[in-house]
Structure formats: C-alpha cells, structure tokens
Design a protein around this ligand. Structure first.
Ligand SMILES: Cc1ncc(COP(=O)(O)O)c(C=O)c1O
Length: 501
C-alpha cells in the first residue's frame, strides 16, 4: 500500500525507529549467544520493525478499518449472504480441543470432533431432506464439482457413457458451467422465462439420452423461487438424468423447503453464507454436499461413521470402492464446520425457519421501498425471496450514471455496494440481499441512500460518476488492477528497502 491519501499510512517498516521497542521482553541470559553454535548465528540482526506496542496496535487496527466489513457496516452483497456472524461461533471454533487437534490424530483421540462432524451431517440431512452428506468440499464451487463428479460416476457405473451434457439456465452463477467443464462435460445454457424463472419447456426439449444432469439454483440468482419445476424433475429422471440443486441461496428456504423431498438428487450448501462464517476476503469456506440414496455410494472418502457402540471413526482407505475418492485434505474445513454447527445448534429448527422468514421479509421490504420510489427499474415484480434485482438501466439512459457509479457512491454513504452486473441477464443489475440480521432502521437508511444517489444522478451526475469521495482510495482502474497488479511495496522516498522481498 502506498503512503498517500489521508487515511493511508506508511508501512510498519517505514514507521520503525532504530532502538525503539516494547521493552517488555525479558532480557536473555548473558550466555545466550554462547549456547547457539557459531555456524547457526546470524551475521546481522533481522530487519524487523522497531516500534512501541501502542504504535504497533494502532497501525494494525487502523489498517483493519480501511476495508468495509460486516462488523463495521451493512453489506448487502446479493448471492453472498453477508449476514452477521455471531461471535460465539468464533469462540467455539477456537476451543483448543477443536483448533489444536492434529489432522492425523487417531480416531480414538478425536472423538469430540468426529462426533461434531457426524451430528452436523445429521442436521444438514434434516434441512435438505437428503439421505447422506459429505463435509469435505472447501466451498460452494468445490461442492458443485463434487456433486457433478458423483453424477458422472453414477452414469459410468451403469455403463451409460453417452451422457455428456449438463443443462443450466442462463441466469446461473458462473461456477455452474465452469463445474460442468471441469468435470469433462458440456454445458448447454438455456434462456430464462420473461418473469426470470426457469423455462421448463426449454429444459424438457433439451433433455435426452445425452443429458447427464440439470443444474438449477433455487431460489434463483434473480431471487425468484422456482415453483414450476416439480414436473421437470420427474421428466429429468424419466430421461435417465439427475438433478443438481445449487443451494447457495439456502438462506431463503431453511425450514420451508427441502430440496431432497422435491426430487433433487444432490445439492451443495455454502456454510460460509447460510451458517455464518466470515467470508468475502478469500478465507476458508465449506461446501458440504447432500445426496439421495442414488448417489450415496459415490460420496468422497473418508466419510465419518458411527459404530454400533456409539463411537466414531473415519472410513478406512479402500473401504468403499465406489467412492469418487478424496476431494480435500483430511475431513474438510473443520474450523468452518464448527462455526456452522454452533450456529445451527444456537438457532434450532424453529429458529432456522425464522431466519428464512426474516431474510425474505427484509428483502421484500427493501424491494418495495425502491419500487415505490421509482428511482430504479425493478425488472421482476411480485414477492422475492432473500434477494432481488434493481437496475439502473433507465437511469443510465437519462443521466449517464451507471450501476458501477452507484456502487462507488454508496461507499460515501457508509454502505458496501450490492452485487453489481450479476446476473448477466439483466442490464445494469444490482443484486441486493439484506439478510435477516439487519434492523428496520438500517434497511431504511440504505433505501434512503440509494434513492438519494438516484436523485443526485439527475441533478449532479458528475459527483456520482467520480465517487467515492471519502473512501481511503479514489476510483480504481479495475481492469488495470486485474491485469497489472501492484502487489510489491516500494519506498516512498529513495531506494532503501527495509523489508526483504
Ligand atoms: C448461486 C451461487 N452458486 C455458487 C456459488 C459458489 O460458491 P463459493 O463462492 O462458495 O464457491 C455462489 C457464490 O457466490 C453463488 O452465489
């Protein structure tokens, strides 16, 4: 980070002053150096920064506040479910029995963790209406790959090698077609209906002996619950194909809709969204995959098993030869899974249904406020699930202000932007997801800010187009940042490099 802009700071190495320090480290014994063999001694002291403790703490706390975070403000990032992450989950994940367990510890010394994982599987089965689950995948996209690889293994086990196509609606998240390709299959993308829903007839027509699977996101990435797919799922099975449900939007259906009972064969769950693990900065996730009996034989190994005497163990190598194998090291992102377990146990079944109801209510409230204001286009009318689409298409034609400008201007109002330009099927899209954890006052303040920006676009468009004006950095060249990333620190003055590259 360069040392420019009022809230940016010099690096800790630049702040360093020779001889300064915390001074609280006990002095080493006088013969300490003699105890280190000469050939293992440093010739020069390491180039560590020298500062007093408060300077270090302030430096890092200030840095931590340069980014918007759900701990500092509203984060309505559609499709990402940036809900509040209760701090008690962090406490649970840091308990030494979980955090300090060696991943290769024998089962007999890992009973607590194995029991937690097994119980988490049971809870996820009740939520999804499926028959078996793997906790191994590291994220939603990884869960998709796991699911589609199992579908491929299922067809191959039946000697049905002609099934090479995966049918996906055009509103799907990019990871769906990417998954099909990575699994060695071909994606057939199908146009959506005018109301944003899956075009059931188009799917029916595309089904055939070449279809391996359909992938449907329910509720869809447009925030619409697909009510018309019951018969489609039957047709899929009649055609010999299987149905994958992208469960990234599970927050909208907890306790209200069980994909397994509706006829889906397999789905993934983004625990880091629905079950409250901090995410967004590329940190660890977990994408458990739940399947029905058809696919259970192909689940990744090792599974967590409960023995007749109530103890737990991991499957042994080769114990289930039909498995697609290991998808991740050890048993998965255990820390994330502990957080999910803590969250699920805190809420219980009735609490989970309330989460969904509140998330849906919050999204519909915001949608209604924006629709009523007339500030933006609301392409899909009616009740939405936990997220909805607003579009700046008409505003852009009138004022030249684009969705990207609105996203940047929101930062000046203290809000993170919604997801922008996704799904690709809507011009100048903003996908807004408030989640259940925000108060009425926050929802109103966000709606007021969006409406104020739309009014400003009419009267002073340049202010919106040049936003943000109060963030640590001004408008960045995003294409340039992606193609020529500037990742290496350089000194502000001179060429002295205090920290090694
Ligand atoms: C609908 C949908 N599917 C799949 C994914 C992929 O999930 P992950 O980011 O955990 O890989 C996302 C992520 O935003 C999503 O919104």
């Amino acid at each position: 980070m360069s040392a420019s802009g009022p809230r940016l700071q010099p690096t800790i190495f630049e702040l360093s002053k020779p001889g300064r320090g915390g001074g609280k480290v006990p002095h080493p014994p006088s013969d300490a150096l003699d105890r280190i063999p000469p050939e293992q001694r440093r010739e020069k002291p390491p180039g560590l920064p020298e500062l007093a403790e408060p300077e270090v703490v302030r430096h890092f706390v200030n840095l931590s506040q340069l980014n918007h975070a759900v701990d500092t403000g509203f984060y309505p990032l559609g499709s990402c479910t940036m809900k509040w992450n209760p701090k008690v989950n962090e406490w649970a994940a840091r308990l030494p029995g979980f955090a300090g367990l060696h991943p290769l510890a024998p089962d007999s010394t890992a009973q607590g963790t194995l029991q937690l994982l097994w119980e988490l599987e049971q809870i996820l089965l009740r939520i999804t209406g499926m028959d078996a689950v793997t906790l191994q995948p590291a994220a939603g996209a990884h869960g998709e790959l796991t699911g589609i690889l199992m579908i491929r293994a299922y067809h191959e086990a039946r000697g049905d090698m002609a099934r090479t196509e995966v049918l996906v609606p055009d509103s799907a998240h990019g990871t769906n077609p990417a998954t099909a390709t990575m699994a060695g299959l071909r994606t057939v993308s199908l146009l959506h209906e005018h109301d944003g829903g899956v075009n059931v007839e188009a799917f029916r027509r595309a089904l055939g002996p070449q279809t391996a699977a359909i992938m449907i996101t329910n509720p869809s990435t447009l925030g619409i619950f697909e009510t018309e797919i019951g018969e489609l799922l039957e047709a899929v099975h009649e055609a010999g194909a299987l149905a994958y449900m992208d469960g990234a939007n599970l927050n909208a259906i907890l306790g209200r809709f069980k994909p397994g009972e509706a006829g889906f064969d397999v789905m993934h769950i983004n625990t880091h969204k629905t079950f409250s693990t901090p995410h967004g900065g590329g940190g660890p996730g977990a994408g458990p995959v739940a399947v029905n009996d058809r696919l259970a034989p192909y689940l990744p190994a090792p599974r967590v098993l409960r023995e007749a005497d109530g103890t737990f163990r991991l499957e042994r190598p080769g114990e289930r030869p039909t498995s697609i194998g290991r998808m991740r090291s050890f048993v998965g992102s255990t820390g994330v899974l502990v957080r999910a377990y803590a969250y699920l146990r805190t809420h219980g079944a009735s609490g989970l249904a309330e989460i969904t109801d509140d998330a849906v209510l919050a999204a519909n409230y915001l949608k209604h406020r924006l629709a009523e204001s007339g500030a933006f286009d609301i392409p899909f009318e009616g009740v939405c699930k936990h997220e909805f689409i607003a579009s700046a298409s008409t505003l852009k034609k009138r004022t030249g202000v684009r969705t990207l400008d609105i996203a940047k201007r929101l930062l000046d109002h203290g809000f993170h932007a919604p997801t922008v330009y996704f799904p690709l099927t809507v011009d100048e899209a903003m996908l807004i997801e408030p989640t259940e954890t925000e108060s009425l006052e926050t929802l109103d303040a966000f709606a007021d800010a969006l409406i104020a920006i739309a009014r400003e676009a009419e009267t002073e468009p340049e202010i919106v187009k040049t936003a943000p004006h109060t963030a640590p950095v001004r408008r960045l060249d995003e294409a340039g940042a992606a193609r020529n990333p500037n990742l290496r620190w350089r000194p502000a003055v001179g060429d002295w490099t205090p920290c090694p590259d």
